[in-house]
Design a protein around this ligand. Structure first.
Ligand code: PLP
Length: 363
């Protein structure tokens, strides 16, 4: 068996096999998706079926457009303000900054308007400030938050209340890992590479009435209205990444959809958090219990600040067992187990068994 265990960008094995099978000849059309024109009837079918699957899996209302764009989550840090900050005359927006990704998004947005961080600045990322401490600005064009902070492992388990102000969410690292009521949002975006495919394509789900308020300096490829009118074909889309996304979405559908993904994610993450919490401080998770991520489980080994030698030993041992990419983000250190949709219960059990063994040996 090829081991893709616990890789942050892990792929569903069946999807890889199918992509391999179809690499040279896609369907009955005698050529590869890699060779197709993005304006061909065959690619048009792929694009339509990807959108259809996404609409079905997330129950996306008809008054929302679904776009498949390039530029990643980072591209959206610019696209969101460029398209939406002009919704109201004051050109201001509210941001929740609960980790590295929302901090980057807020910094980028500052180029285009006045950005208000709605809560007292956090000394370190590991909790979500209580909504009673937020000061939302009623004349903000939108309220922005990152639903799952991938680096620190902080996840919202509630939808922020904005008193009618448009809500925008970066769901790059927990997209389709649970059902979501799209109608509560003005815009959701997500890079595909964590839960729904491979790098190269970013999904944007945007309410129709928000289109057409773009700042004049917005580059045309980031203009949602232009892309929506052209069905994401204003310029060449990342065709192969869209095709892979369709395969992954099909897999999610055949495996019980977003509800099943949520159940699985809870089972997997609580298996690891339970070991951390019963390790008498050997494993330490610095994230508050109320917002621990189901996707990215971060912890230190040995002590609160992490014992670097022990952490290295832990990672070496894991790698010998075929568990890759457990090293925490370079800006944060420690260990990070990313339990995206493609990581199986068995993969997680293997990590759990190893963590118990390592604890026994070193305690
Ligand atoms: N937002 C979140 C939550 C992420 O985890 C990432 C990347 O890991 C990004 C945005 C940036 O995405 P990209 O690298 O596709 O620009």
């Amino acid at each position: 068996k090829i081991v893709y265990t616990l890789m942050p960008y892990t792929f569903l094995f069946q999807v890889l096999l199918q992509a391999q099978k179809e690499l040279l000849y896609y369907g009955g059309c005698g050529i590869s998706v890699l060779e197709m024109s993005h304006r061909s009837a065959d690619f048009s079918k792929i694009l339509k079926s990807t959108e259809h699957l996404l609409r079905e899996l997330l129950n996306i209302p008809d008054n929302y457009k679904v776009l498949f764009l390039q530029g990643g989550g980072t591209g959206q840090f610019s696209a969101v303000p460029l398209n939406l900050i002009g919704l109201k005359g004051d050109r201001c927006a509210d941001y929740l900054v609960t980790g590295q990704w929302s901090a980057k998004a807020a910094k980028e947005a500052e180029k285009y308007g006045k950005i208000n961080i709605v809560h007292p600045k956090l000394d370190s990322y590991g909790k979500i400030p209580d909504p009673s401490s937020w000061t939302l600005n009623p004349s903000a064009s939108y309220v922005y938050y990152c639903c799952n902070e991938t680096v620190h492992g902080v996840e919202f388990n509630f939808i922020p209340e904005t008193n009618g102000v448009v809500l925008v969410s970066d769901m790059s690292s927990n997209f389709l890992s649970r059902p979501v009521d799209v109608s509560k949002f003005g815009l959701i975006f997500a890079g595909a590479q964590k839960n729904v495919g491979c790098a190269g394509v970013t999904v944007v789900i945007v309410r129709e009435d928000l289109l057409g308020h773009t700042l004049k300096e917005c580059p045309v490829i980031l203009d949602y209205k232009v892309q929506a009118e052209m069905n994401s074909l204003y310029n060449t889309p990342p065709c192969f990444s869209v095709y892979i996304m369709a395969l992954v979405l099909e897999w999610i559908k055949n495996n019980g959809g977003s509800t099943a993904m949520e159940k699985l994610s809870k089972q997997k993450s609580s298996m690891i958090y339970d070991i951390v919490d019963t390790s008498n401080g050997f494993y330490v998770c610095l994230v508050d219990g109320s917002c621990r991520s189901r996707m990215n489980i971060t912890f230190r080994v040995g002590k609160k600040e992490g014992d670097e030698a022990l952490e290295k030993e832990f990672l070496d041992g894991a790698s010998k067992r075929g568990m890759m990419s457990l090293k925490g983000h370079r800006s944060f250190g420690g260990i990070r187990a990313s339990l995206y949709n493609a990581v199986t219960l068995e993969d997680t059990e293997a990590l759990a068994a190893y963590m118990k063994e390592f604890l026994k040996e070193h305690q």
